[in-house]
Structures are given as C-alpha cells and as structure tokens.
Design a binder for this molecule. Structure first.
Ligand code: RB5
Length: 149
C-alpha cells in the first residue's frame, strides 16, 4: 500500500448501495474510504459526481478513486475530462488488473446496473492490488497524458 491510503468514492443515484458496500470493503482492507456521496436517493447527474471524485485524485488528496453510475460509462467519461485522471470502466477482473499494470489508471468506474456485488468487490480487489508495470508502458501512459495539452 502506498503512503496515501485514501480512496475517494462517488456515484450517482443508481449506485448508492453498491458504493457503500465497496466503501466498507476497502476500509476492511485497510484503506481510508472518502465517500463523498450522494447519501440520499434523489436523481442526480453523474458528471458532477465524477468530476468531484476526480478532483480529489488529481489534487493528490486521494490515491485512487472508485466511481459508479448505472453503466459506469457516463461517470468515467466525466472523470477523464479532469487533467491527470486515467479512469476505465471495468466489468471483469482481468481489465481491472490491466488498467493498473499497463495504463497506470488512478480511477476505476463500475456499472451498478451491470455487475453484482460479488464481482464488483473482486474487481476492486484486482484494481487495488495490481502495481503499474512501468517499463514500455510508461511512455505510452505519458502519451495519454500529453493529449491533455
Ligand atoms: C442514470 O439513469 C444513468 O444514465 C447513469 O447512471 C449512467 O448509467 C450513465 O452513464
């Protein structure tokens, strides 16, 4: 585990219950879960929640971000607009591992209407335990970041 052991979690209204399960799970693993909501079930637009979580990661306040919406797609798109964020949607553990090992992802997005709780927790575990491989992947990640201008 890195020196910064904080993980920010956020979602839209479609994923509150799964987000809270994941927050408890990462706390049990020894991380500090920074759950920035929302806490109430009213419909709320995913872009603002993706952005809020992304800013916590981009600023260095949190090491990783875990964000959720119905599909994971919309909130991922919003998070990736924030400079310094590399976020992928994952519905399987292989992809979750690879976005760390090859892409040095600092956020992961999950679809609460796509996957169940058990798979979601396995995906989170894969994401949090896989290191960035560096090497030939480092210049490729730098190329992604360079697209931010
Ligand atoms: C909300 O109904 C839904 O559009 C949202 O959770 C997400 O799936 C968008 O990408």
């Amino acid at each position: 585990m890195t020196a910064n052991n904080r993980i920010v979690l956020s979602s839209d209204h479609s994923a509150i219950a799964l987000r809270q399960v994941i927050a408890a799970h990462v706390e049990a693993l020894g991380w500090v879960a920074v759950d920035i909501g929302p806490m109430t079930p009213e419909s709320t637009p995913y872009p603002q929640h993706g952005e809020a979580a992304a800013r916590r990661v981009a600023s260095g306040d949190c090491r990783f971000g875990i964000i959720l919406c119905g599909t994971g797609q919309g909130i991922m798109m919003a998070a990736n607009k924030v400079r310094g964020i590399r976020c992928g949607v994952c519905g399987d553990t292989f992809s979750a591992r690879m976005i760390r090992q090859h892409n040095d992802a600092n956020m992961i997005a999950l679809g609460a209407r796509v996957i169940g709780e058990g798979l979601a927790l396995d995906i989170v575990d894969a994401f949090l335990t896989a290191p960035f491989d560096g090497g030939r992947h480092a210049p490729r990640v730098a190329m992604i970041d360079a697209l931010e201008g």
